[in-house]
Design a protein around this ligand. Structure first.
Ligand SMILES: [Mg+2]
Length: 180
């Protein structure tokens, strides 16, 4: 089956109930490169359009979460400035953390979309209603996903997903009406 959403007949049906978006950080919200300052602090580069997309997502009445296997103050800061209400860092095994996050958010797996790029994301991608791999995800993650983005991690993949889901839910025009 095609991994392009517009060619995927399952997409519209599965995307309709989605109201929670759970993101991996390295390789999804960033291009996966990890830098260090001379003081040893971790540096990450986030995409501005992804960030605005997350704000649109929340404005549309949805919620967002982050689950990452690493830990960095940059992630906490980015989550706070975007209004991402659920953040789990140092998640060595992601599935139990994901299940707890769903319980905390009061949403079901079927109401959740997950974006990932690597093997550790596969259990979440399989469990979620809509499992999504970024364009530069590893092959196994793409195989597990319902949908593979055109854009790569850290380069607009999150924005691509948010726009596609909000358009499919007929919520994008409300966002546009504020600007156009
Ligand atoms: Mg990753």
């Amino acid at each position: 089956m095609s991994k392009k959403i517009e060619e995927n007949p399952e997409f519209l049906k599965k995307v309709a109930p989605i109201r929670f978006l759970v993101l991996d950080v390295d390789g999804v919200m960033t291009d996966g490169k990890i830098g260090y300052t001379s003081a040893g602090d971790e540096c990450k580069s986030f995409d501005a359009k992804d960030g605005v997309g997350i704000k649109y997502w929340i404005r549309a009445g949805h919620r967002a979460g982050i689950i990452t296997g690493r830990s960095s103050p940059a992630v906490a800061r980015r989550a706070e400035e975007l209004g991402v209400g659920f953040v789990a860092q140092n998640a060595r095994e992601k599935l139990p953390v994901f299940e707890k996050m769903l319980a905390d958010a009061g949403v079901s797996a079927g109401e959740t979309a997950v974006m990932g790029d690597d093997l550790a994301d596969i259990p979440l991608i399989r469990r979620a209603g809509v499992g999504i791999a970024v364009a530069d995800a590893v092959a196994e993650t793409k195989d597990a996903a319902l949908w593979t983005t055109e854009k790569t991690g850290g380069n607009g993949a999150v924005r691509e997903v948010i726009e596609a889901i909000l358009k499919a839910q007929d919520r994008w025009t409300v966002i546009l009406s504020r600007y156009c």
